[in-house]
Design a protein around this ligand. Structure first.
Ligand code: COA
Length: 335
């Protein structure tokens, strides 16, 4: 007698939960006025930012990642030994090497996990989520700890008013594991265009231009940005990739419970939201309180929205980013 092979359901991945960590020190726009020639009105009108957080020396991405992860493990009763992989998305690692993810893995006692950093700038969380999803869906990992944390203040030029007002420090940790019918990552679109590299980068400190007296004197260990070029690309590409993933999945903006865009500039967020026809109350916003925390904006804004009751488990959400590289992308999920 022949036995029909059992149809096994494909594994899907979900975000089980997110927790955050922000340094306590608040830097308001008024504080920025004392550092560079700027003013609160300009910053609010051009970016939507009112204040941001600044790390103390010890508040590195690994520190923030560990603190956020400890809350996550406690709240969701996660055994550190059950983690198979730790990914840390950051452009401001504690060291060039070893990876901040290894420091996090050690401090949390995730002894069964391998660990590495992922560099995708403002798209760090979205790229990290895609990485975690690939490991979980393929069965190669059961549980992935995804940290997205930045100490942007370490690489900001506080003599350059065009960049130093934009960024802030902060981090988050997310647990990705097998999903269920109510909670799973539906789809994603990831993009890169390396021709954009000179528009947003840090010129020195890498192997091309190692640290030297000259590189320090020329202030080359700081973020350099062609604000207008980045702005133009971000407005178009982030909106495009949102529209594309909705069309691909036969959805419209009205099907979404929440849109969680990367928090770089309120005008970029508004442009993307307008393109997919979303009202303000369906957009997660924390740029006003935290500025652009690079890889950490999406998980912290999503958690913030959850705390405010804007979204709950099982709701349909769209997340999207644009950042240095250029890197950009969107993911659609039942949260
Ligand atoms: N305070 C006051 N004035 C400022 C200022 C500041 N912090 N920064 C720039 N200005 C001035 C400029 O010097 C310029 O003056 P001018 O007209 O006399 O020359 C004027 O404001 C307009 O500058 P501009 O650069 O054209 O402003 P903008 O509208 O393009 O806004 C950014 C600048 C940086 C806010 C904007 O380009 C931006 O958000 N870019 C994308 C940044 C980003 O998202 N990066 C992260 C990766 S996603």
């Amino acid at each position: 007698m022949s036995v029909a092979p059992q149809q096994s359901r494909p594994i899907r991945a979900q975000i089980l939960g997110i927790r955050d960590y922000f340094p306590a020190r608040v830097i308001t726009n008024k504080d920025m006025e004392k550092i560079v020639d700027t003013n609160d009105e300009w910053i609010v009108e051009r970016t939507g930012i009112r204040e941001r957080r600044r790390s103390e020396t010890h508040e590195t991405p690994s520190f923030m990642g560990v603190e956020a992860s400890k809350k996550l493990f406690a709240d969701f009763k996660i055994d550190p030994l059950s983690i198979d992989l730790v990914v840390c998305a950051t452009i401001t690692p504690d060291y060039t090497f070893p990876a901040s993810a290894c420091l996090i893995q050690n401090q949390l006692g995730c002894k069964n996990a391998f660990a590495y950093d992922l560099l995708a700038a403002c798209s760090g969380f979205i790229y990290g989520l895609e990485t975690a999803r690939a490991y979980v869906e393929s069965g190669r990992a059961k549980r992935v700890l995804l940290v997205a944390a930045e100490k942007m203040s370490a690489i900001l030029d506080f003599q350059d008013r065009q960049t130093c007002i934009l960024f802030g420090d902060g981090g988050a940790a997310a647990l990705i594991e097998a999903g269920n019918d109510k909670s799973y990552i539906i789809d994603s679109i990831m993009r890169s265009d390396g021709s954009g590299a000179p528009c947003l980068y840090m010129p020195a400190g890498g192997s091309l231009k190692p640290p030297s007296v000259e590189s320090v004197q020329n202030r080359e260990h700081y973020v350099k940005q062609e604000g207008k070029s980045v702005f133009k690309r971000a407005v178009v590409d982030m909106a495009d990739v949102c529209q594309e993933i909705l069309e691909k999945n036969k959805l419209t903006g009205s099907d979404l419970k929440l849109f969680v865009p990367h928090q770089a500039n309120m005008r970029i967020i508004d442009a993307a939201a307008e393109r997919i026809g979303l009202p303000k109350e369906k957009i997660a916003i924390n740029i006003d309180r935290f500025g652009n925390t690079t890889a950490a904006t999406i998980p912290t804004a999503l958690l913030d929205a959850e705390r405010k009751g804007q979204v709950k488990k099982g709701d349909l959400i769209l997340i999207a980013s644009f950042g240095a590289g250029f890197t950009w992308g969107s993911s659609l999920l039942r949260y």
